[in-house]
Design a protein around this ligand. Structure first.
Ligand code: ATP
Ligand code: MG
Length: 424
């Protein structure tokens, strides 16, 4: 027997049993960004390797060890996108969307990182993100945070996620702070793990968000970036907090929140949950005012976030918040005999013409018992039973699959209204 082939480790099929919840989540995302007047942008999945190296930074987890990079047939180095921001900036620069303009964009799609697959961490995963350009904030920072908060509300998980914010200051302030931090870390070098010892020089801020408890202990007494902010970033951060307060969006300031990518400055934030173990960050973002210029465009302020779809869906599933996911079938139409089957198919189309309900027609004939078994399995709440009598009378028998309501006969012309009533 031929060997059955398997999907690539960490790259998952989304099977019919799950696509319902994905569609539900996507619909809420689309409706919510529309409420804020954001427009969708779709970027290619493959970009030049250079793009990610120049934007994300050479000394980051992503570029050091997570990218799917390969040479194409021309020998050009290409990479499956590990995130969306770099591509959005590249596209914005290339098509003149950013310079001298204001943009509020969103995207949704697969990202690729060669990580160790585990719950909430995959090699192909999906991010929903927003990116804004030409707005210096902090009003727009607050807007994107409010947008994300509205999403949690729509999904019913506001109580399960909390907002952490920080300011990384200007590039100059951060550079000055890095020296102070490195001096402190050098003095505690022996207590740091190998990773942190290496990063201490190449990317010292990353030592601050080390997950190693021993390193965290050292870090907790380190000089704080908060105390070394430039006046402009400090004012920006103060106003950001004030505006969040005014909107009633709760947050904690986490001085060790630095984010894993190089391009951030000033505002950074994460939405975290305790319900998913180590993979607790559901959504992360911040300001990246230097990136547009760094990628060859004219300087423009920018702020955005990215949300992990799988982590959000895991959270909804674990909390049992999936009632709003629509069943694939509302109504199952059965028919006894070949002639009635033709009538039944007409009835099904008539219902589709006149309702928004999801109607599945029994195909392949068979006796009533067999057809009702299919009706049951479909999950439909209503079955329409059609026989010779119904066909001659131009009526339909309605059988309710749940509850105590008796089955009843109804004029075909009155059927759509009656069904719509039942499902409302
Ligand atoms: P982590 O610290 O968990 O590795 P990250 O800082 O690498 O996250 P970002 O690059 O900020 O993550 O991506 C934004 C969001 O995308 C994360 O908060 C998470 O929800 C999701 N995400 C990132 N990597 C993965 C992955 N490998 N599998 C599933 N979701 C992911
Ligand atoms: Mg990561």
């Amino acid at each position: 027997m031929a060997k059955t082939l398997q999907a690539i480790r960490g790259m998952n099929d989304c099977l019919p049993a799950q696509t319902g919840i994905w569609q539900y989540v996507e619909q809420i995302l689309r409706e919510t960004v529309a409420q804020y007047g954001y427009q969708e942008i779709r970027m290619p999945i493959v970009e030049s390797t250079e793009l990610f190296k120049r934007s994300i930074g050479e000394v980051t987890d992503i570029v050091e060890k997570e990218m799917y990079t390969f040479d194409d047939r021309n020998g050009d180095s290409l990479t499956l996108r590990p995130e969306g921001t770099a591509s959005a900036v590249r596209a914005g620069n290339q098509h003149g969307l950013i310079y001298n303009q204001q943009q509020r964009l969103w995207y949704l799609g697969p990202m690729f990182r060669h990580e160790r697959p585990q719950k909430g961490r995959y090699r192909q995963f999906h991010q929903f993100g927003v990116e804004t350009y030409g707005l210096a904030g902090p009003d727009i920072d607050v807007e994107v945070i409010a947008l994300s908060a509205r999403l949690w509300q729509a999904f019913g998980i506001s109580e399960q996620v909390r907002l952490e914010i920080n300011s990384l200051g200007s590039n100059a302030a951060r550079l000055a702070y890095k020296e102070i931090l490195v001096a402190y870390l050098e003095a505690h070098k022996d207590a740091l793990d190998e990773d942190s010892q290496r990063r201490m020089y190449s990317n010292p801020l990353r030592v601050l968000d080390s997950k190693n408890p021993d390193v965290q202990k050292i870090v907790s007494s380190a000089p704080k970036l908060q105390d070394h902010l430039d006046p402009e970033s400090a004012a920006h951060f103060a106003l950001l907090k004030e505006r969040l307060d005014a909107l009633g969006i709760a947050y904690t300031v986490n001085p060790n929140l630095v984010r894993g990518l190089d391009y951030y400055n000033a505002t950074v934030f994460e939405w975290v949950t305790d319900a998913l173990g180590a993979q607790g960050t559901v959504c992360a973002g911040g300001r990246y005012d230097g990136l547009v210029e760094q990628l060859g465009g004219k300087s423009s302020p920018a702020v955005g976030f990215a949300m992990g779809m799988e982590r959000l869906i895991l959270l909804l599933t674990e909390l049992g918040l999936t009632d709003a996911v629509r069943a694939p079938v509302d109504i199952y139409v059965t028919a006894l005999g070949d002639e009635t089957a033709a009538y039944a198919q007409k009835v099904a189309e008539f219902c589709r013409d006149n309702t928004q309900l999801r109607i599945q027609m029994h195909c392949g004939g068979g006796n009533m018992k067999k057809q009702m078994k299919r009706a049951d399995a479909s999950g439909a709440k209503v079955a329409l039973l059609l026989g010779a009598t119904e066909m001659t009378e131009a009526t339909v028998t309605i059988k309710y699959m749940q509850g105590e309501v008796e089955q009843s006969r109804c004029e075909l012309s009155a059927l759509p209204a009656q069904l719509q009533d039942y499902f409302n």
